[in-house]
Design a protein around this ligand. Sequence first.
Ligand SMILES: [Zn+2]
Length: 121
Amino acid sequence: MTPYSSFKIGGQDWTAHLVSATEMKKLTGDATDEGLTVAMTQRIYIRRIKNKSRLRDTFLHEICHAFLGATGMQHQLEVGYKGENFEDWEESLIRIFVPHLATFIDDWSRTSTPPVTTHEL
Ligand SMILES: [Zn+2]
């Protein structure tokens, strides 16, 4: 399976793969799942859909899972979590966060000059 994107998160090499509904069903057991992050193999799977903004939001959602795992934040959050189902809580957290992240990226990409670059820090 050829990745459509590769990147580093937390110093780890990650790849993202676009998959069909049939392939997603093999991965998760549910053909309607839109994304999957597998920390063990550092792979993100995104179900191929036509709606580009939804595809982008699914990718960002899975990227958030990858960041939480690869940076150790997931462990830190889990240690401090006082509820009954951490996975559901993490899912809710990411669903709240991603639309704001998407808006930030859209707004930022419209500006010709980023307000601060890492070269200036
Ligand atoms: Zn999720």
